[in-house]
Design a protein around this ligand. Sequence first.
Ligand code: ATP
Length: 242
Amino acid sequence: MSAALLSTHGLVAHYGDFQALYGIDFEIAAGEVVALIGANGAGKSTLLKSIMGLLSVAPGMVQLDGRPVGGAKPHRMVANGVAIVPEGRRLFVGMSVIDNLRVAIDHAGKSAAVGWTLERLFALFPLLKEKQAVPVESLSGGQQQMVAIGRALLSQPRVLLCDEISLGLAPKVVKEIYQALPSICETGTAIVLVEQDVGLARSSSNRLYCMLEGHVSLTGRSADVSREAIGEAYFGGAHAVA
Ligand SMILES: Nc1ncnc2c1ncn2[C@@H]1O[C@H](COP(=O)(O)OP(=O)(O)OP(=O)(O)O)[C@@H](O)[C@H]1O
Protein backbone atom coordinates (compact mmCIF):
# COMPACT_ATOMS: atom_id res chain seq x y z
CA MET A 1 0.00 0.00 0.00
CA SER A 2 1.20 3.56 -0.64
CA ALA A 3 1.66 6.03 2.24
CA ALA A 4 -1.26 6.28 4.62
CA LEU A 5 -3.53 9.28 4.23
CA LEU A 6 -5.30 8.51 7.50
CA SER A 7 -4.09 6.15 10.20
CA THR A 8 -4.78 5.21 13.80
CA HIS A 9 -2.09 4.07 16.21
CA GLY A 10 -2.89 2.03 19.30
CA LEU A 11 -6.25 3.82 19.41
CA VAL A 12 -8.21 3.25 22.59
CA ALA A 13 -11.70 4.64 23.25
CA HIS A 14 -13.99 4.68 26.26
CA TYR A 15 -17.59 5.47 27.10
CA GLY A 16 -17.18 6.50 30.74
CA ASP A 17 -15.68 3.47 32.51
CA PHE A 18 -16.42 1.15 29.60
CA GLN A 19 -13.53 0.53 27.21
CA ALA A 20 -14.83 0.01 23.65
CA LEU A 21 -11.56 -0.06 21.65
CA TYR A 22 -8.27 -1.69 22.63
CA GLY A 23 -5.32 -0.40 20.60
CA ILE A 24 -6.60 -0.19 17.01
CA ASP A 25 -3.97 0.16 14.26
CA PHE A 26 -5.69 1.11 11.03
CA GLU A 27 -4.65 2.82 7.82
CA ILE A 28 -6.07 3.92 4.52
CA ALA A 29 -4.37 5.45 1.47
CA ALA A 30 -5.74 8.04 -0.95
CA GLY A 31 -8.29 6.53 -3.36
CA GLU A 32 -8.67 3.30 -1.37
CA VAL A 33 -11.91 1.73 -0.19
CA VAL A 34 -11.44 -0.06 3.13
CA ALA A 35 -14.30 -2.03 4.69
CA LEU A 36 -14.82 -2.38 8.43
CA ILE A 37 -16.81 -5.46 9.30
CA GLY A 38 -17.71 -7.17 12.57
CA ALA A 39 -20.69 -8.20 14.67
CA ASN A 40 -22.96 -5.74 16.49
CA GLY A 41 -21.04 -4.03 19.26
CA ALA A 42 -17.59 -4.92 17.85
CA GLY A 43 -16.56 -1.25 17.84
CA LYS A 44 -16.89 -0.20 14.19
CA SER A 45 -18.96 2.95 14.82
CA THR A 46 -16.77 3.79 17.80
CA LEU A 47 -13.71 3.72 15.55
CA LEU A 48 -15.38 6.11 13.09
CA LYS A 49 -16.49 8.40 15.93
CA SER A 50 -12.98 8.40 17.39
CA ILE A 51 -11.49 9.38 14.02
CA MET A 52 -14.11 12.10 13.51
CA GLY A 53 -13.44 13.73 16.89
CA LEU A 54 -16.81 12.72 18.33
CA LEU A 55 -15.03 10.81 21.10
CA SER A 56 -11.99 12.05 22.94
CA VAL A 57 -8.70 10.34 22.01
CA ALA A 58 -5.02 11.27 22.37
CA PRO A 59 -3.53 13.36 19.51
CA GLY A 60 -1.12 10.75 18.14
CA MET A 61 -3.79 8.04 18.00
CA VAL A 62 -5.28 9.54 14.82
CA GLN A 63 -2.97 10.86 12.10
CA LEU A 64 -3.73 12.58 8.83
CA ASP A 65 -0.80 12.79 6.39
CA GLY A 66 1.30 11.58 9.33
CA ARG A 67 0.31 14.56 11.48
CA PRO A 68 -1.45 14.04 14.84
CA VAL A 69 -5.11 15.10 14.74
CA GLY A 70 -6.64 12.82 17.38
CA GLY A 71 -9.09 14.61 19.66
CA ALA A 72 -9.59 17.56 17.26
CA LYS A 73 -13.20 18.75 17.28
CA PRO A 74 -15.47 17.41 14.49
CA HIS A 75 -15.59 20.79 12.69
CA ARG A 76 -11.77 20.83 12.65
CA MET A 77 -11.78 17.32 11.20
CA VAL A 78 -14.17 18.47 8.46
CA ALA A 79 -11.81 21.38 7.73
CA ASN A 80 -8.95 18.84 7.66
CA GLY A 81 -10.82 16.90 4.96
CA VAL A 82 -12.62 14.15 6.89
CA ALA A 83 -16.40 13.71 6.65
CA ILE A 84 -18.85 11.18 8.04
CA VAL A 85 -22.12 9.78 6.70
CA PRO A 86 -23.51 8.86 10.12
CA GLU A 87 -25.61 5.83 10.92
CA GLY A 88 -29.25 6.96 10.64
CA ARG A 89 -28.30 9.77 8.23
CA ARG A 90 -29.13 12.68 10.60
CA LEU A 91 -30.53 15.01 7.94
CA PHE A 92 -32.04 18.39 8.78
CA VAL A 93 -35.74 17.58 8.88
CA GLY A 94 -38.03 20.42 7.73
CA MET A 95 -35.41 21.56 5.24
CA SER A 96 -35.34 20.84 1.51
CA VAL A 97 -32.77 18.64 -0.20
CA ILE A 98 -30.93 21.66 -1.57
CA ASP A 99 -30.85 23.40 1.82
CA ASN A 100 -29.45 20.26 3.45
CA LEU A 101 -26.73 20.24 0.81
CA ARG A 102 -26.03 23.98 1.10
CA VAL A 103 -25.25 23.59 4.79
CA ALA A 104 -22.29 21.45 3.77
CA ILE A 105 -21.13 23.95 1.14
CA ASP A 106 -21.18 26.70 3.79
CA HIS A 107 -19.03 24.58 6.12
CA ALA A 108 -16.79 22.98 3.50
CA GLY A 109 -13.23 21.93 4.21
CA LYS A 110 -10.32 23.37 2.31
CA SER A 111 -9.43 20.37 0.15
CA ALA A 112 -10.46 22.24 -2.97
CA ALA A 113 -8.64 19.68 -5.12
CA VAL A 114 -11.41 17.19 -4.34
CA GLY A 115 -13.74 19.53 -6.21
CA TRP A 116 -17.27 18.42 -5.36
CA THR A 117 -19.88 20.84 -6.72
CA LEU A 118 -23.66 20.57 -6.82
CA GLU A 119 -23.37 19.89 -10.53
CA ARG A 120 -20.99 16.97 -10.01
CA LEU A 121 -23.17 15.62 -7.22
CA PHE A 122 -26.29 15.81 -9.40
CA ALA A 123 -24.41 13.88 -12.11
CA LEU A 124 -23.61 11.19 -9.52
CA PHE A 125 -27.16 11.04 -8.12
CA PRO A 126 -29.50 12.57 -10.77
CA LEU A 127 -32.44 12.04 -8.45
CA LEU A 128 -31.15 14.73 -6.09
CA LYS A 129 -31.44 17.31 -8.85
CA GLU A 130 -35.03 16.28 -9.51
CA LYS A 131 -35.93 16.36 -5.81
CA GLN A 132 -33.91 19.40 -4.77
CA ALA A 133 -36.90 21.46 -3.62
CA VAL A 134 -38.54 18.61 -1.71
CA PRO A 135 -38.37 18.40 2.11
CA VAL A 136 -35.98 15.57 3.03
CA GLU A 137 -38.50 13.80 5.25
CA SER A 138 -40.71 13.07 2.25
CA LEU A 139 -37.93 11.15 0.46
CA SER A 140 -37.52 7.37 0.58
CA GLY A 141 -34.75 5.90 2.76
CA GLY A 142 -32.49 5.41 -0.25
CA GLN A 143 -33.02 8.95 -1.47
CA GLN A 144 -32.29 10.28 2.01
CA GLN A 145 -29.09 8.26 2.03
CA MET A 146 -28.06 9.96 -1.22
CA VAL A 147 -28.62 13.35 0.43
CA ALA A 148 -26.53 12.26 3.42
CA ILE A 149 -23.70 11.11 1.14
CA GLY A 150 -24.03 14.26 -0.96
CA ARG A 151 -23.88 16.47 2.10
CA ALA A 152 -20.70 14.73 3.22
CA LEU A 153 -19.12 15.01 -0.26
CA LEU A 154 -19.82 18.73 -0.51
CA SER A 155 -17.60 19.25 2.52
CA GLN A 156 -14.77 18.15 0.15
CA PRO A 157 -13.52 15.14 2.10
CA ARG A 158 -10.25 13.41 1.35
CA VAL A 159 -11.52 10.70 3.69
CA LEU A 160 -15.21 9.74 3.70
CA LEU A 161 -16.39 7.66 6.66
CA CYS A 162 -19.61 5.74 5.85
CA ASP A 163 -21.49 4.12 8.73
CA GLU A 164 -23.81 1.37 7.48
CA ILE A 165 -25.08 3.22 4.42
CA SER A 166 -26.95 0.14 3.17
CA LEU A 167 -28.91 -0.43 6.38
CA GLY A 168 -32.65 -0.87 5.81
CA LEU A 169 -32.47 -0.15 2.06
CA ALA A 170 -33.83 -2.27 -0.78
CA PRO A 171 -31.15 -4.27 -2.66
CA LYS A 172 -31.70 -2.25 -5.85
CA VAL A 173 -31.06 1.02 -4.01
CA VAL A 174 -28.03 -0.40 -2.23
CA LYS A 175 -26.62 -1.37 -5.61
CA GLU A 176 -27.22 2.13 -6.96
CA ILE A 177 -25.47 3.72 -4.00
CA TYR A 178 -22.51 1.31 -4.06
CA GLN A 179 -22.09 1.88 -7.79
CA ALA A 180 -21.31 5.52 -6.97
CA LEU A 181 -18.28 4.63 -4.83
CA PRO A 182 -15.70 4.31 -7.65
CA SER A 183 -16.59 7.81 -8.94
CA ILE A 184 -16.09 9.16 -5.43
CA CYS A 185 -12.63 7.57 -5.17
CA GLU A 186 -11.41 8.56 -8.60
CA THR A 187 -10.13 11.96 -7.47
CA GLY A 188 -8.27 10.38 -4.56
CA THR A 189 -10.92 10.40 -1.84
CA ALA A 190 -10.51 7.42 0.49
CA ILE A 191 -13.62 5.64 1.77
CA VAL A 192 -13.99 3.78 5.05
CA LEU A 193 -17.04 1.58 4.77
CA VAL A 194 -18.73 0.14 7.85
CA GLU A 195 -20.91 -2.58 6.36
CA GLN A 196 -22.97 -5.39 7.92
CA ASP A 197 -23.27 -7.27 4.63
CA VAL A 198 -19.95 -9.11 4.52
CA GLY A 199 -20.28 -10.14 0.87
CA LEU A 200 -20.98 -6.55 -0.18
CA ALA A 201 -18.16 -5.27 2.04
CA ARG A 202 -15.69 -7.66 0.43
CA SER A 203 -16.74 -7.03 -3.15
CA SER A 204 -16.75 -3.23 -2.73
CA SER A 205 -13.41 -2.76 -0.99
CA ASN A 206 -9.69 -3.03 -1.67
CA ARG A 207 -8.90 -4.12 1.87
CA LEU A 208 -10.89 -4.97 4.96
CA TYR A 209 -10.54 -5.00 8.72
CA CYS A 210 -12.67 -7.30 10.84
CA MET A 211 -13.30 -6.18 14.41
CA LEU A 212 -14.19 -8.30 17.39
CA GLU A 213 -14.85 -6.95 20.88
CA GLY A 214 -12.85 -3.77 20.38
CA HIS A 215 -9.86 -5.43 18.65
CA VAL A 216 -8.87 -5.94 15.01
CA SER A 217 -9.29 -9.68 14.55
CA LEU A 218 -8.32 -9.84 10.85
CA THR A 219 -7.04 -7.55 8.13
CA GLY A 220 -6.00 -8.15 4.54
CA ARG A 221 -6.78 -7.58 0.89
CA SER A 222 -10.50 -8.21 0.40
CA ALA A 223 -9.91 -10.45 -2.60
CA ASP A 224 -7.45 -12.60 -0.65
CA VAL A 225 -9.15 -13.21 2.71
CA SER A 226 -11.10 -16.46 2.80
CA ARG A 227 -14.68 -16.85 4.04
CA GLU A 228 -13.41 -19.20 6.71
CA ALA A 229 -10.89 -16.65 7.99
CA ILE A 230 -13.59 -13.97 8.06
CA GLY A 231 -16.02 -16.30 9.84
CA GLU A 232 -13.48 -17.01 12.55
CA ALA A 233 -12.47 -13.36 12.92
CA TYR A 234 -16.11 -12.22 12.96
CA PHE A 235 -17.37 -14.54 15.67
CA GLY A 236 -14.15 -15.45 17.41
CA GLY A 237 -14.60 -19.11 16.51
CA ALA A 238 -14.89 -21.42 13.53
CA HIS A 239 -18.10 -20.17 11.87
CA ALA A 240 -18.80 -19.54 8.23
CA VAL A 241 -20.43 -16.39 6.83
CA ALA A 242 -22.26 -15.87 3.58
N1 ATP B 1 -22.96 5.89 23.77
C1 ATP B 1 -22.52 4.75 24.29
N2 ATP B 1 -22.42 4.59 25.63
C2 ATP B 1 -21.95 3.44 26.18
N3 ATP B 1 -21.54 2.37 25.46
C3 ATP B 1 -21.60 2.48 24.13
C4 ATP B 1 -22.10 3.65 23.47
N4 ATP B 1 -22.05 3.46 22.13
C5 ATP B 1 -21.55 2.21 21.96
N5 ATP B 1 -21.29 1.63 23.15
C6 ATP B 1 -20.73 0.30 23.36
O1 ATP B 1 -19.46 0.25 22.72
C7 ATP B 1 -19.26 -1.01 22.09
C8 ATP B 1 -18.98 -0.78 20.62
O2 ATP B 1 -20.15 -0.24 20.01
P1 ATP B 1 -20.20 0.24 18.49
O3 ATP B 1 -21.48 0.97 18.29
O4 ATP B 1 -18.94 0.92 18.16
O5 ATP B 1 -20.25 -1.16 17.74
P2 ATP B 1 -20.51 -1.46 16.22
O6 ATP B 1 -19.49 -2.45 15.81
O7 ATP B 1 -20.60 -0.20 15.45
O8 ATP B 1 -21.92 -2.17 16.27
P3 ATP B 1 -23.30 -1.84 15.53
O9 ATP B 1 -23.23 -2.59 14.28
O10 ATP B 1 -24.30 -2.41 16.51
O11 ATP B 1 -23.41 -0.36 15.38
C9 ATP B 1 -20.53 -1.83 22.35
O12 ATP B 1 -20.30 -2.65 23.47
C10 ATP B 1 -21.56 -0.77 22.68
O13 ATP B 1 -22.54 -1.29 23.55
